[in-house]
Write a protein that binds this ligand. Structure first.
Ligand code: SF4
Length: 435
């Protein structure tokens, strides 16, 4: 019987895409997928360093695997992702059950490193070469986890220096793929049957290769026959420009949805975070986008309790959130990350204050989402079905990336259906096929 792998993924879509690449590399080596870690010969833990909790999950996970290793000596545990890049050796010291630690640019080396760890009698192996080609995995080797939507990475790394973020240290500066490579990969996934593509990058809209900017890239990809929907994430407000706003107006396959992290509504906090814009400048970008595409749905990230954040500054955040009317918000309490500039500040907002602010923000947003979503009952939406929820029940996304559940057969996956919205919660809708 062939060897089996199991992958545990934490963090963002970039990490999900990296895990899809690892799955493909292991399959090429003859591995099959295991449903649980308990049945696997290799477990790959793909880590996230954005928040302290996310990093701690690695050690919980590896502790569990170490116990499993006592029963199954041949089991190999590999750790990748941002925590691996950041903590490298420390992981091997803190987590003795780990056999391979692999950096964010070294995925293609994984099969060989696993082999080396076996040959050397289980000695741990470390590979963190940031000069390696982060895009070396071939498109045909990626195992996409969604049956309809394929991720295509267009750039890696980040040139920004946000005070709270470890990404520039873990992923390095921006590296852009050539438009030809990106187009070829999109064509490949469309030929494989995927009808939606999500272009990925830490600051995807900063993409530039030679004279080709992000809006040009969108236009080129949009023209590919067979592609029905085009999305991208994550965008930085600083790189929202007229070209991008026009793309939302002119490219019908581009869904009417944009994730645009604001982080705070207070000028002093944004300046300290080194986000590169003021609240007013953020609002100007929103106005520009909505001027060209009035129905654009926006989501955002917000951090509450950043060092020194006063009640008044938090109020500024609430007011900005209210003003924009976000489709949804990913909100977090600030947690200091070693290696960031904010780590040098005192984490001086008490935990209970952070929690209270987080709940206040979430309550306000929840009420807004409930009211706004209720107003959509009776509307008809074109839904691309991408999931079987349970026998006889499926779900999918509207052009604005809204989640809709409905009764329907499994073979609807990959089809678009006109669905009348019959009920609404804060985060999802229920609907029925339009009569
Ligand atoms: S833009 Fe800021 S928050 Fe986003 S990845 Fe770069 S440094 Fe991190």
């Amino acid at each position: 019987m062939s060897q089996r792998y199991f992958i545990e993924t934490f963090g963002c879509q970039m990490n999900v895409n990296d895990s899809e690449k690892v799955a493909g590399l292991l399959r090429r080596e003859g591995y099959a997928e295991a449903v649980r870690a308990e049945d696997a010969d290799v477990v790959f833990v793909n880590t996230c360093a954005v928040r302290e909790k996310a990093a701690e999950k690695l050690y919980h996970s590896v502790g569990r695997l170490r116990r499993l290793k006592k029963e199954r000596k041949a089991l190999r545990v590999a750790v990748g992702g941002c925590v691996a890049q950041l903590q490298g050796k420390e992981i091997l010291e803190r987590a003795p059950g780990v056999d391979v630690v692999i950096g964010t640019h070294n995925l293609t080396a994984l099969p060989e490193l696993l082999e080396r760890s076996r040959q050397e009698g289980g000695g741990p192996v470390l590979e963190l070469d940031r000069k390696a080609n982060a895009f070396a995995v071939e498109a045909r080797d990626v195992v996409h986890s969604n049956p309809v939507r394929a991720f295509v990475t267009v750039m890696e790394g980040c040139n920004h220096v946000c005070s709270f973020c470890v990404v520039p240290r873990t992923r390095g500066p921006e590296v852009n793929r050539t438009p030809e490579e990106i187009e070829a990969e999109v064509r490949h996934v469309v030929e494989e049957g995927f009808c939606e593509v999500m272009l990925l990058g830490q600051t995807v809209n900063a993409y530039r290769y030679g004279g080709i900017g992000f809006a040009d890239l969108l236009e080129r990809v949009h023209g590919i026959g067979g592609l029905r929907r085009l999305r991208f994430t994550t965008s930085h407000p600083e790189h929202v420009d007229e070209g991008l706003a026009r793309a939302f107006r002119d490219l019908p396959k581009l869904g009417g949805y944009l994730h645009l992290p604001v982080q705070s509504g207070a000028p002093r906090v944004l300046a300290d975070m080194r986000r590169g814009y003021t609240p007013d400048e953020y609002l100007d970008k929103v106005r520009l986008l909505r001027d060209r595409r009035p129905d654009l749905a926006l989501s955002t990230d917000v951090i509450v309790g950043y060092p020194g954040e006063t009640e008044d500054e938090f109020e500024h955040t609430l007011r900005l959130v209210e003003k924009v009317g976000f489709e949804s918000i990913f909100s977090f309490m600030y947690s200091p990350r070693p290696g960031t500039t904010a780590f040098r500040h005192e984490d001086d907002v008490p935990e209970d204050t952070k929690r209270r602010r987080l709940h206040a923000l979430q309550r306000m947003q929840q009420r807004y989402q409930e009211d706004r979503n209720r107003a959509r009952i009776g509307q008809v939406e074109r839904v691309l079905i991408d999931t079987v929820d349970s026998p006889g029940r499926v779900s999918g996304r509207t052009m604005h990336f809204r989640l809709v559940h409905l009764d329907g057969p499994a073979d609807w996956v990959g089809t678009e259906q006109d669905v009348e919205i019959t009920s609404a919660g804060p985060n999802a809708f229920r609907g029925r096929l339009r009569a």
